[in-house]
Design a protein around this ligand. Structure first.
Ligand code: FAQ
Length: 311
């Protein structure tokens, strides 16, 4: 519709440069970014729940302090991402409503339960590990506010991944029961972590357009293969194994291969029928309602300040 706008947009994308909030952009670009960034924000906020449940059960004061800091970082990531999404024109309240009404998705991974302390290790190592592999390329996303938010998020995720690895390493070098607990956590989180990268490329309706717009830089399968290659090395250092005996490097294609994932399970989780979907949503609604007075107080304070500034 806007020829000059479209020409400018095309030029920026062709130059691999950045689109900023006030620039003209195609409606589809705005829509897919709002979708992806807001779902990413929701994932960070819902993703606080499995670990928050373990803050009171951390095995030492040091572990407790570290876990609290990690969960707070996730809240921070959610907030910058909501801010980045808002620059595309949808107010935060509306984004919250989309989550609370079940219209917007959040990452499938957070619908699995955290059962033992070792799960804090597996979440850090595998879930944050997958998040980093997916998000480092997003630092170069063509939409400025998203790419810039990703830079800080990735730095913090690297710390999160190392703390998870270190929890597993300590358990693995502990008693036989502790080592077994670590192995069990890795067994349960392995496949769900691989599913974080999204459906296989031929089942991924958004990928091609997002890659043409320089939002995504690699396909879901490319990143998943990269992740498998990374963790199959790291698991050796842990003295543990991955629950997939089909992992191998294909010399011809130069790619990592792994056993087929249970995509039926993935789609069930996306439809709200995973092990913890109902509980996660209920908690989020409760927290949102319980926080209403804070939002009201902050709005009243801001209004009072604005009025004073006018006098
Ligand atoms: N879960 O066409 P595609 C974290 C949906 S990390 C749920 O391939 P796209 C850190 C997808 O939205 C986790 N839904 O879609 C942390 C689409 O549905 P829609 C969050 C999924 O966008 C660690 C449909 O399937 N990270 O939070 C999933 O091109 C520890 C078709 O899929 C991000 O969000 C899934 N796994 O590619 C926090 C990263 N996969 O929207 C706490 C940014 C796909 O059309 C503790 N996002 N779907 O209704 C992305 O990179 C992309 O959006 C993908 C999906 C790769 C997730």
């Amino acid at each position: 519709e806007d020829e000059a706008g479209q020409a400018y947009f095309d030029k920026i994308i062709a130059e691999d440069s950045r689109i900023e909030p006030a620039d003209w952009m195609p409606a589809g670009y705005r829509k897919t970014l709002t979708r992806q960034i807001s779902q990413h924000a929701h994932s960070e906020i819902i993703g606080m729940q499995p670990e928050a449940n373990f803050i009171t059960r951390a095995p030492s004061l040091k572990r407790k302090a570290i876990l609290m800091a990690k969960v707070q970082d996730e809240a921070g990531h959610g907030l910058y991402l909501y801010s980045a999404a808002e620059t595309l024109g949808t107010p935060r309240e509306e984004l919250f409503d989309q989550l609370l009404s079940g219209k917007a998705k959040y990452s499938s991974i957070f619908n699995y339960p955290a059962l033992t302390w070792a799960d804090m290790g597996a979440i850090g190592w595998l879930v944050d590990g997958a998040a980093i592999v997916n998000q480092v390329p997003l630092c170069r996303a063509s939409y400025g506010p998203y790419g810039r938010a990703m830079v800080r998020v990735c730095k913090e995720e690297s710390f999160h991944q190392r703390q998870g690895f270190e929890i597993l390493l300590e358990l693995s070098n502990g008693t036989p029961a502790q080592k077994q607990m670590a192995q069990d956590a890795v067994n349960r989180f392995y496949a769900p972590a691989l599913m974080m990268f999204g459906p296989n490329d031929d089942e991924s309706p958004n990928s091609q357009q997002s890659m043409r717009w320089n939002i995504k830089r690699f396909s879901n399968d490319e990143l998943r293969q990269r992740f498998v290659g990374m963790i199959q090395e790291q698991v050796k250092v842990l003295g543990l194994t991955l629950p997939d005996d089909e992992i191998r490097f294909n010399e011809e294609t130069g790619k990592w291969e792994y056993g087929e994932l249970d995509w039926n399970e993935f789609y069930e989780v996306l439809k709200g029928r995973g092990p913890c979907n109902a509980q996660r949503m209920e908690r989020r609604r409760e927290a949102h309602e319980n926080g209403a007075w804070v939002r009201e107080a902050a709005a009243a304070y801001a209004a009072k300040k604005a009025q004073k500034a006018q006098v």
